[in-house]
Design a protein around this ligand. Structure first.
Ligand code: SIN
Length: 478
């Protein structure tokens, strides 16, 4: 770990070592990467107070002023791309090339929202009475809280912090306990960029339930943004009811991929490899159920299995590694259980199908054929390097199966028929649909789901809305 990054929490511009600490484990080696401050719910409440104290001055600054600071923060993060990427690979496990890409992806959100806040226009509404004038103003929603995930420890934090700070909100971040070091590194760079004390706070803790409850129950926190599982999202939703907080929930996905007979096979195979195996299959938008039309099923499956078998598995900082470890023992046990259940029910592993020979938290990249709707793997978010293939005959059948789950974040379609493309895009119950592409996420576009995949959008101009209130002003006696 780079010695120049902190391990103390960051509240009100002060570094808080905490009375006790907890270890951060490298999932590839089991080594301790560092020990960070283990804060209590009372510390979280202190952070909320600090954010509230900083709010009036921060929200009163111009969007241009805030943008200059956000751009400076982004530039400092980019200048540290290599050490940050190495830190991320150490605490999260993803290959270094992906970690470098994630640092740049994170910065793209700071830059995007810095500019987008300059366009947070209100309205002048034509009056219904000659003596009146009506306006709307866009104002910062108040203190915001972000609960960020371990799978993208920099980009998901930046996606929330960029929007919140640009809108004029102040923020308390609770990073995942698996990956707090990246969040603290960003706090150090925020301080260096001139983000004022209290505007950006990071509370590290090994007690996510206690910290989450403190954030949800606080009447001061007006917006809660969470990225993580649907199960935890539902709990936070319930816990926020008492204070009628605004919620932005980026929850689980179970992405369908529809590969039609008319697809460009090379493009489809490469798209599925990207959508499936990025971050060892641990992304909310990962290809989860891959529906392949009968006419190309055999050739597509063979090529996908060959490409999958060639993916190098290993410790993320080694050259050429494409698939790192899973995050923890629970994650690999879940993948193992889903695959064994599918195989016991008739699916066949064309490659992989078990833990990788390296041992530890490494799972072999796997292609399963013969998956059916009755199997648990069809309904569950796999969150591991397992491609589950289902054969279909007709477009209608593929759409029906694709939508037959409770969630709807991303979906993917591979076809060269433009009519079919529009029919399928419009029919899928997904907040994001990629056509002939495996990597749709970008700062300029809205990211979010339908059904139980969540509420709200991040990125795009929509992402700023989560942190803005609309105030209507009625002016009489004009
Ligand atoms: C996620 O898995 O939460 C985000 C992935 C992405 O932005 O592509």
């Amino acid at each position: 770990m780079s010695p120049s990054y902190p391990t103390s929490a960051f509240i009100g511009g002060r570094w808080i070592p905490g009375e006790i600490t907890f270890p951060v484990i490298n999932p590839a080696t089991g080594d301790i990467v560092g020990r960070v401050a283990d804060l209590t719910p009372d510390d979280v409440r202190d952070a909320i107070d600090s954010a509230a104290a900083a709010l009036p001055a921060w929200s009163a600054r111009t969007a241009y002023d805030r943008a200059a600071i956000l751009h400076r923060w982004g530039a400092l993060i980019l200048a540290d791309q290599e050490p940050l990427a190495r830190l991320m690979t150490a605490e999260q496990g993803k290959p270094l090339a992906e970690a470098r890409g994630e640092v740049a992806f994170g910065v793209s959100f700071l830059d995007w929202f810095a500019e987008e806040a300059k366009r947070a226009y209100g309205d002048v509404i034509p009056p219904t009475m000659a003596s009146k004038r009506y306006l709307t103003l866009r104002q910062a929603a108040g203190v915001a809280a972000a609960i960020t995930p371990w799978n993208f420890p920099i980009a998901m934090l930046a996606r929330k912090a960029g929007a919140a700070l640009a809108a004029g909100c102040t923020l308390v971040v609770k990073p995942a306990e698996e990956t707090p070091l990246c969040a603290l590194a960003l706090a150090k760079l925020a301080e260096a960029a001139g983000v004022p004390p209290g505007v950006f706070n990071v509370v590290t803790t090994s007690d996510p339930q206690g910290a989450g409850l403190a954030l949800c129950e606080s009447p001061t926190v007006r917006v809660l943004s969470f990225t993580g599982s649907t199960e935890v999202g539902k709990l936070l939703y319930r816990q926020c009811a008492g204070t009628v907080k605004r919620l932005a929930l980026e929850l689980g996905g179970n992405a369908p991929v529809l590969v039609f007979d008319d697809a460009d096979l090379d493009q489809a195979v490469e798209g599925v490899i990207a959508a499936k195996f990025r971050n060892a299959g641990q992304t909310c938008v990962c290809a989860n159920r891959i529906f392949v039309q009968a006419g190309i099923h055999e050739s597509f499956t063979r090529r996908l299995a060959e490409r999958t078998a060639a993916l190098a598995v290993g410790v993320g900082d080694k050259d050429g590694v494409a698939v790192g470890p899973l995050i923890n023992a629970e994650a690999i046990a879940k993948v193992e259980r889903l695959v064994s259940d599918a195989v016991a029910s008739g699916a066949r592993a064309l490659t992989g199908g078990s833990r990788h020979a390296r041992g530890g938290l490494f799972y072999a990249p796997t292609v399963l054929t013969g998956v059916t709707q009755a199997m648990e793997i069809f309904q569950a978010e796999i969150f591991g390097p397992v491609a589950a293939l289902i054969q279909f005959e007709t477009e209608a059948e593929a759409i029906r199966m694709a939508n037959a789950v409770a969630v709807g974040l991303a979906g993917y379609v591979f076809t060269r028929d433009i009519g079919r493309m529009f029919r399928v895009v419009e029919a899928l119950d997904c907040g994001i649909v990629a056509v002939n592409d495996g990597l749709p996420s970008v700062a300029a576009a809205p990211f979010g789901g339908m059904k139980e995949s969540g509420l709200g959008r991040e990125g795009g101009h929509q992402g700023l809305e989560e942190y803005l209130d609309t105030k209507y002003v009625c002016i009489g006696a004009a």
